[in-house]
Design a protein around this ligand. Structure first.
Ligand code: RIB
Length: 296
């Protein structure tokens, strides 16, 4: 069965720099790279690299960045339902620091995207619907309603976080925040692993939506039989963590579509996301199914 990804497509402009400038300061950076990105595109590419039939639904501009993104994505094993508009393509300015990164996103064409309901006939054969919050919330909600009506399992990666997602929980089967987004979801600061895990148990007891919290180098936590299960991440030499969360989401959706159970899919996606951080650029290090299986 296949995966539908509704979401953003961006041109990532990655500037390598040793530190961020403070207000009023100009710094000389080291290097600039242009990568295809956007949480929607990243998640779709991660799924497609495992040979899962994947449709990406979204929008770019008619500008040079939009054309470049489409050309690159046509080389992936993806079914593209990507429209073009006169509004500029989404851009992410990514400051790549030695051990971290800082990102500013200009949504552009992503924010203006609305679903062509006729085109969703192509969703009829799918089993999994995956989206995030880098497109308009109204479009996220409509996508969830359409997916639910077609009987798809719905997954939302609530990034970047917006509190409006709480209203949409009845339409969401699985939600996949990282630790920061989970704290925002529950409106409570979490200062230790113990607090995080207790909050996950409390939240899950109150909601029908299944919860997965991605925890970076610590791995991924979810709840099974009323207890926290944590799948550890692989320990690798980290080059760039941009898109690691997207890799997790795309692989998790792909593995569920392939028929694996929830825990197996979390494990597959955690290993794949760990492997993805060894190259610069969100999509550069996304692994194939064979590579992931070699590490399981
Ligand atoms: O999650 C990583 C992505 O966030 C980047 O590719 C960038 O485009 C931003 O949307």
């Amino acid at each position: 069965m296949s995966v539908i990804v509704l979401g953003s497509l961006n041109m990532d402009i990655v500037m390598k720099t040793n530190q961020l400038p403070v207000i009023g300061e100009t710094l000389l950076g080291e290097h600039v790279d242009y990568f295809i990105g956007g949480k929607g595109a990243n998640q779709a590419v991660a799924a497609a690299r495992t040979n899962t039939a994947t449709t990406l639904t979204g929008q770019v501009g008619t500008d040079a960045f939009g054309e470049k993104i489409l050309t690159a994505l046509k080389r992936e094993n993806l079914h593209l339902q990507v429209t073009q508009t006169a509004i500029p393509t989404g851009i992410a300015a990514i400051f790549k620091l030695p051990n971290d990164n800082a990102i500013v996103v200009l949504p552009g064409a992503n924010a203006d995207f609305t679903i062509d309901v006729k085109a969703t006939n192509a969703w009829d054969d799918a089993s999994i619907f995956l989206t995030q919050l880098e497109i308009s919330l109204a479009t996220v909600q409509e996508g969830l309603q359409l997916a639910k009506a077609k009987g798809l399992t719905t997954i939302v990666n609530p990034a970047p976080f917006h509190s409006a997602i709480v209203e949409m929980l009845p339409l969401i089967d699985i939600i996949t925040p990282n630790e920061t987004e989970f704290a925002q979801l529950i409106g409570q600061e979490l200062t230790s692993d113990k607090e995080l895990e207790a909050a996950m148990l409390t939240w899950s007891a109150q909601h029908a939506t299944r919860l997965i919290v991605t925890r970076g180098s610590q791995g991924t936590s979810f709840i099974a039989n009323n207890a926290i299960q944590t799948v550890p991440a692989l320990s690798v030499a980290v080059v760039d963590t941009t898109g690691a969360g997207d890799t997790f989401n795309g692989l998790f959706a792909a593995e569920l579509a392939a028929g694996s159970n929830f825990a197996q899919a979390v494990r597959f996606a955690t290993i794949g996301a760990s492997l993805s951080v060894q190259k610069l650029g969100a999509q550069s290090g996304m692994p194939s199914r064979e590579t992931i299986l070699q590490h399981m």
